[in-house]
Design a protein around this ligand. Structure first.
Ligand SMILES: Cc1cc2nc3c(=O)[nH]c(=O)nc-3n(C[C@H](O)[C@H](O)[C@H](O)COP(=O)(O)OP(=O)(O)OC[C@H]3O[C@@H](n4cnc5c(N)ncnc54)[C@H](O)[C@@H]3O)c2cc1C
Length: 460
């Protein structure tokens, strides 16, 4: 029996595993392969829903597609691969509990994605939240809701101003979508907070280059900036974040302000496991080098028994005429690459020829907040409510499994009637605080009281 180990069960890995499971039913002989998927998370994150999780339009749990529910013939390993030693056909697995161990394989599929790109800007590591994972999206939403609650009971002044100031760094897709959705949530909250005036909201989007959304052309890009600014956001183009020490944002323009929420959406970097802990070939940025059929290596130097796809792989884009073009790291590609990879892997096991991965982009689509969006496919640009509806329709069709589609649709329909939920559950971060408070008398020892204070501080 051949053991196929899939490293990472996100878009590309989850799709590969599902397709291989289908292959098991149709083409592969019983007992021919054993599928193993290693991921420290028990679910695939549907990242395009994270901006809507931020806004409370999609339930956090619905952006997570459970491996165990949808991968019935795959052995799931709860841990991280810390090294791929392909020469020995071994991955080193660090489980979430227990000792690190070596897991031998016959074939490896590397789909560990990318990580958030971080620059050594002082204060960022201490204060910023990323937006790649469900918990980050939930924390961003809870932080804004908690800030509204606290600001509403404070007199006007620096602390109230800080709480109502939000800064996003990075004007790519996730930054613009997250910023637009959070701005939209903040405006929706205002009627419920008569103590807070719309003019008190300070939403900053900081982008180093002179435009946002690099995937859309100039005019629609400018329209997006206008839309965000019309709703009270400030877009700082050609501006860098110099420092965020103690939560005080200092921009390269010299502007400085205290920001209660700092969200870091400055793009992707290679996953360190792939970039530096493997003997598989990687390019100068640390992405796995693959051939057009997604086998690792080059046409001249193919690597046997190794495949890769998704954000962590440098996949040639044959749909683009430019020589050397690489597929853009997005879900549209990752999911299709996962499918192609699985089919090619089965073909190669059966001695059949593989096929190159070719996918012409369907265009780009982004939400800018409830009821507003932008869609561009070549020369066609759709803006506003229609684009937002297309965005929702597209993602409803794209989110894997009927069960997820039904749950997401149910939340959207409920919200259309009753509005979105506006309660912060930041206290879930410190579940023992209430219990400790209930069981601890006022004359509790200092260390117990200090723990309670810390817990409350963390919630704040
Ligand atoms: C906020 C946001 C919005 C987006 N919106 C869109 C959109 O609208 N349209 C679009 O096309 N794309 C969008 N994208 C991009 C898209 O989500 C990614 O391109 C896609 O998820 C890449 O798939 P992947 O499988 O390569 O990586 P991922 O989906 O990131 O999966 C990687 C998996 O590997 C696991 N992993 C990591 N390291 C290890 C390790 N050492 N060992 C084992 N497992 C590991 C991770 O836990 C994860 O499950 C968005 C991204 C973000 C962050």
């Amino acid at each position: 029996m051949r053991r196929i180990v899939i490293v990472g069960g996100g878009y590309a890995g989850f799709t590969t595993a599902r397709e291989l499971e289908k292959g098991l039913r149709r083409e592969l002989r019983r007992g021919e392969v054993e599928l193993v998927l290693v991921d420290p998370r028990p679910y695939m994150t549907y990242q395009p829903f994270l901006p809507e999780v931020v806004a409370g339009s999609v339930e956090a749990r619905h952006a997570a597609v459970a491996h165990r529910r949808h991968l019935r013939r795959t052995r799931l390993v709860d841990g991280s691969v810390v090294r791929v030693e392909h020469a020995d056909r071994v991955v080193v697995v660090r489980p979430r509990s227990g000792e690190t161990y070596r897991l031998p394989y016959d074939t490896v599929v590397v789909t560990a994605g990318a990580v958030t790109r971080v620059f050594p800007v002082p204060g960022v590591a201490e204060h910023a939240i990323g937006m790649k994972h469900v918990e980050e999206a939930v924390a961003i939403r809870d932080r804004l809701l908690t800030s509204f609650d606290r600001a509403a009971s404070l007199p006007r002044g620096p602390e109230r101003e800080r709480l109502l100031t939000v800064t996003f760094v990075g004007g790519g897709f996730s930054g613009v979508e997250g910023f637009g959705e959070l701005l939209s949530l903040a405006h929706d909250l205002l009627p419920r907070y008569p103590e807070i005036d719309a003019t008190e909201l300070r939403f900053h989007l900081v982008e180093l280059s002179d435009r946002i959304l690099p995937e859309v052309t100039d005019r629609p890009g400018r329209w997006v900036v206008e839309q965000l600014e019309r709703r009270g956001g400030r877009v700082h183009l050609g501006t860098g974040l110099e420092s965020a020490v103690d939560g005080v944002v200092r921009l390269s323009t010299g502007e400085e302000f205290a920001s209660g929420l700092l969200v870091w959406t400055a793009g992707n970097a290679a996953n360190p496991v792939v970039a530096t802990h493997t003997d598989l070939p990687v390019d100068r940025r640390g992405y796995v080098v693959v051939r057009p059929d997604l086998r690792v290596g080059t046409d001249d130097e193919p690597v046997d028994d190794a495949w890769a796809a998704g954000d962590g792989a440098a996949v040639p884009d044959l749909a683009v005429a430019r020589p050397g073009a690489l597929a853009v790291p997005n879900a549209q590609h990752a999911v299709r690459q996962g499918r192609r990879l699985a089919r090619n892997l089965v073909a190669s096991l059966h001695g059949r020829p593989t096929r190159p991965y070719v996918h012409g982009s369907l265009g780009v689509i982004a939400t800018l907040g409830l009821g507003s969006g932008i869609f561009q496919s070549r020369g066609i640009v759709v803006r506003g409510r229609l684009a937002w509806l297309v965005h929702r329709g597209y993602h409803l069709l794209a989110v894997p499994t009927w069960e997820r589609k039904a749950r997401v649709l149910a939340v959207w329909l409920t919200a259309a009637v009753f509005g979105r939920d506006v309660v912060s559950l930041a206290s879930v971060q410190t579940p023992r605080a209430a219990f400790a408070a209930a069981t601890t008398p006022d004359d509790a020892p200092d260390d117990v009281r200090a723990a309670q204070d810390d817990a409350q501080e963390a919630v704040a």
